[in-house]
Ligand binder design. Structure first.
Ligand code: MG
Length: 359
């Protein structure tokens, strides 16, 4: 475990005073895999072909383009359980009144559209401006499976917190005085192993047309998006066979992606807690964390919020799915609309309280 620096006050003064947190306990190297049943970890050792087939089927089912259109009744029932965050906006602001909202945003499929080429998942200028405004009122973190450098090249906002590699690489807002004001890397010891596996996977999968292997620093993503789905099973077996030599790594899957990560009990939910603790809100009843994401990996964070009773998760999905999120939004354009309304609400509240003080 490495933790080079404590989280310090941000450069802008817009973020709350922060305290040096105690790093959360990170269990040993070979901890549990799936924490919630929604995020599937593949057992490489002893998993066998049946497991690989089950995973391929599960990935197929979770890919929106492969889904059959849900029946109107199914969708209505799901929307009753997970209503639109836009429709529930008044209630959301009512509940969060007097509390400090802290924003957590996934990137792909949340702030940017899902595209075939992950290197081209750009966010729009309008979304960037919205997130910039958001961060001027609320501490805001990007929580992603991407490595920090890659996601930063898309987002380009130095005033945000970034939790890359599924929360295994955490960094605070850049300050002119201190460019390294928070670094928390619970899986640092795995870096050489991940680099090695990345190189092997590039070679071993190179014969499959359309495959893209992405080095996300603390994890490796094998993208299936442009691979003929008749070849998915063979490709998955090939990836799993590489992992047989690395018992300290595990395989998980997301939307048309297979991911190799250190087998430590660390995920986006743990990263959320770490950031809240870093901001001084570990045991606070006046914090309202809001997490917006579309991926299976975001479920770990939704679950943390649900169990703590603080704040809420918003799942980005057009189709009904199992989720621990409280609310839903259909797509990135709705996310932008929601964030924009949050900023406007805060601006009005702020203006109102200033006017009262002047009287
Ligand atoms: Mg996503």
């Amino acid at each position: 475990m490495s933790r080079k620096g404590a989280l310090t006050a941000s450069n802008s003064g817009r973020f709350p005073a922060v305290v040096a947190p105690k790093p959360p306990a990170v269990p040993g190297n070979l901890a549990a895999s799936s924490s919630n049943g929604l995020f599937t970890a593949i057992e490489v050792n002893g998993g066998g072909d049946a497991k690989i087939r089950a995973w391929v089927e599960s990935m197929r089912a979770s890919s929106p383009t492969q889904k059959t259109t849900p029946l109107p009744g199914d969708h209505r029932a799901w929307m009753t359980q997970h209503p639109s965050a836009l429709d529930m906006f008044e209630q959301i602001t009512k509940v969060s009144k007097g509390k400090k909202i802290v924003m957590f945003l996934d990137y792909d499929g949340t702030l940017s559209p899902i595209v075939d080429n992950p290197d081209a998942a750009y966010m729009s200028d309008a979304m960037r401006a919205t997130v910039r405004n958001l961060a001027s009122y609320f501490p805001t973190a990007i929580v992603t499976g991407r490595c920090i450098d890659k996601v930063f090249s898309f987002v380009q906002l130095a005033e945000l917190y970034y939790a890359g590699s599924h929360g295994m690489d955490i960094k605070g807002p850049e300050s002119k005085k201190d460019r390294e004001n928070i670094v928390f890397q619970p899986a640092k010891e795995f870096l050489p192993m991940i680099e090695e596996v990345y190189k092997i996977l590039v070679v071993k999968t190179s014969s499959t047309p359309g495959v893209l292997v992405e080095n996300n620093k603390f994890c490796v993503s094998v993208h299936f998006r442009c691979v003929d789905d008749k070849k998915w099973e063979k490709l998955a077996k090939r990836v799993a066979s590489v992992l047989e030599e690395y018992p300290k790594l595990r395989l998980t899957h997301g939307r048309k992606v297979l991911e190799v990560r250190p087998a430590i009990a660390w995920d986006k939910g743990k990263a959320l807690n770490f950031l809240l603790q870093s901001l001084g809100y570990a045991n606070s009843n006046t914090v309202c964390p809001v997490y917006i994401g579309d991926d299976k990996t975001d479920e770990d964070a939704f679950k943390v919020l649900k169990e703590s009773g603080k704040g809420f998760g918003i799942v980005v999905s057009k189709v009904p799915r199992d989720t621990h999120a409280t609310y839903s939004l259909q797509e990135p354009s709705e996310v932008m609309h929601f964030l924009h309304r949050l900023v406007e609400w805060k601006r009005q509240t702020h203006k109102g309280s200033q006017e009262i003080r002047r009287r």
